[in-house]
Design a binder for this molecule. Structure first.
Ligand code: HEC
Length: 508
């Protein structure tokens, strides 16, 4: 029977079509962004705008060659922001993602020719019974959704040290920086895929020019890489977390060994030098002690922000800042370091650049290590940094790190030592991180016999009941160790007698 429209259905239909037209019109409109800060460089003036907010740990970002910014959130979502309109939409939630500490949906990248090959590659952690894995999966973007998942690789995982980042090399190979999954010995062994730079064809196959044409391994000896980038000249750089000291930036070369766990950071101790000679290792191009917890790294080759051209941009977690590491002309060595947004937006997880030279940073203030004073309202955010002509409030400034910064002759500052070497695990309030890093406030070991504490700090702590180990601090001098021990013995309500330098010397 034909449906004869009544006056009411006509009114309804026309209302719906007006609504539809309005919606279509809205979706083409460019969303204006809120400017929250300005930054003054030598000449360029920059503005910082909020591209996205109220996110849950945006872990990785990448801009495709059709002007879309794709990003992951650690709990398992992939979203995309159209950089022409600033409109955002969620295109995938992966229910099997296991999200804990630094496991979850971590890295992503897109095919270099995304218009022709709309592939999005993601890396995430799962847990079934007690088995933890990291998966590398390729999706295809169709309309507004990621479809047809194809698993390219599956390797061991852990609650931490899963790495990882993905990037394409200049000749179209997919690189995956994997973590050691808390088993350092396997990062030396080419039969395991953890603690490596892996190199794959875009379809998941093994490239015939890999060091071993039957293996994905391109380079070995890594602990926990959190950043990976390829420069315009094709050089591959990574950022990596050291244990208690020596965070690194490395220049990745084919078939080289980067030393972990035999070597940490610079190859400067006698046993490290011996291992380096025997194993064709490569030293980091830069290392940081005290640690800064470097996360995302990206090459800046654009002329838009002239002062930053030919540098590596590095986001940091513990140091809560963006670092600009200038490269030399050849593009293989770091010549200077400048710090921006020091403590201003909190922990930063990633950084990326678009085709116009705008820079994007993501905050990580809702991750497993909440800091005093954070999250800020509207966290987590993706911020856009680009050129502007006029500042409507006082601009922020960067600070250059002096190459000659020397702590040798400075008076010992116990609180600063704690800040430099202990706070990243035991936290500023001495309460640690529940179930992972024990509290020092009220601790029996801290308040008990001084000789037990001295021994533990020199050698490190590795108790069977705790899967986490604490590294030793024998590299600190006697007076520094005494100062930091007395600091923890007399803070947060602890009230134990002082440890002397002599006691430390006797226990070495
Ligand atoms: C990389 C993380 C990390 C850093 C940095 C670190 N610790 Fe620890 N610490 C741990 C872990 C993990 C344990 C527990 C190890 C275990 O039980 O096997 C621990 C345990 C301890 C304990 C024993 C607490 C108790 O009651 O069980 C003391 C004391 C301690 N750390 C002091 C320090 C001091 C002082 C510093 C800085 C000089 C420091 N730690 C730096 C991870 C860290």
């Amino acid at each position: 029977m034909p449906i004869i429209p009544t006056p009411i259905t006509i009114v309804r239909l026309s209302f719906i079509s007006v609504l539809a037209i309005l919606l279509i019109a809205c979706s083409d409109k460019k969303n204006d962004l809120q400017t929250i800060d300005y930054v003054q460089l030598d000449k360029s003036l920059l503005k910082v705008e909020v591209l996205s907010d109220s996110l849950q740990v945006p872990w990785d970002m990448v801009v495709s060659n059709d002007r879309n910014l794709f990003f992951t959130e650690q709990y398992g979502a992939v979203s995309v922001i159209n950089l022409e309109t600033n409109q955002q939409r969620k295109i995938l939630v992966i229910p099997e993602v296991w999200h804990k500490r630094t496991a979850g949906l971590l890295s992503l990248t897109v095919h270099p020719d995304f218009k022709q090959n709309p592939y999005v590659y993601v890396h995430y952690t799962t847990k079934t019974d007690s088995l933890i894995y990291n998966h590398l999966v390729r999706y295809t973007l169709k309309g507004d959704t990621l479809i047809s998942p194809k698993e390219l690789l599956k390797i061991k995982g852990f609650t931490a040290h899963n790495g990882g980042r993905l990037a394409f090399s200049n000749n179209g190979k997919l690189l995956w920086a994997t973590g050691d999954a808390y088993n350092g010995d396997e990062s030396q062994d080419v039969n395991f895929l953890n603690g490596k730079i892996l190199r794959l064809n875009a379809d998941g196959g093994i490239p015939s020019d890999n060091p071993n044409p039957k293996s994905y391994v391109w380079a070995r000896g890594f602990r926990n890489m959190q950043g990976l980038t390829v420069t315009d000249k094709g050089y591959i750089f990574t950022s990596e977390h050291g244990d208690a000291i020596e965070d690194e930036v490395n220049l990745i070369e084919k078939d080289r060994n980067y030393g972990w766990p035999a070597i940490e950071g610079l190859h400067n101790l006698p046993q490290e030098i011996a291992f380096a000679k025997a194993n064709h290792t490569k030293e980091p191009v830069k290392s940081w002690t005290p640690v800064i917890a470097p996360s995302g790294i990206t090459y800046y080759g654009s002329s838009a922000i002239a002062e930053w051209k030919n540098s590596l941009l590095l986001s940091t977690l513990k140091a809560k800042s963006l670092r600009v590491l200038k490269l030399d002309e050849e593009g293989k060595a770091i010549t200077s370091e400048e710090i921006f947004f020091d403590n201003h937006y909190g922990r930063l997880r990633d950084v990326c650049v678009d085709a116009d030279g705008a820079v994007y940073i993501s905050t990580s203030n809702k991750d497993w290590k909440p800091q005093v004073g954070f999250p800020l309202a509207g966290d987590d955010k993706i911020l856009k940094i680009s050129l502007t002509d006029k500042a409507l409030k006082k601009p922020l400034l960067g600070s250059k790190v002096s190459a000659l910064a020397d702590t040798k002759d400075k008076a010992i500052d116990a609180a600063q030592l704690y800040q430099n070497y202990c706070v990243s695990c035991h936290q500023a309030d001495g309460k640690g991180v529940k179930g992972i890093f024990p509290a020092l406030a009220g601790s029996n070991l801290v308040n008990g016999s001084s000789s037990n504490l001295v021994k533990a700090l020199l050698k490190g702590i590795n108790r069977a009941e705790n899967p986490q180990k604490m590294p030793g601090f024998a590299f600190l001098k006697d007076d520094e160790l005494a100062a930091v021990m007395n600091y923890i013995r007399q803070s947060w309500g602890n009230q134990a007698a002082k440890v002397t330098e002599k006691e430390i010397k006797q226990n070495r």
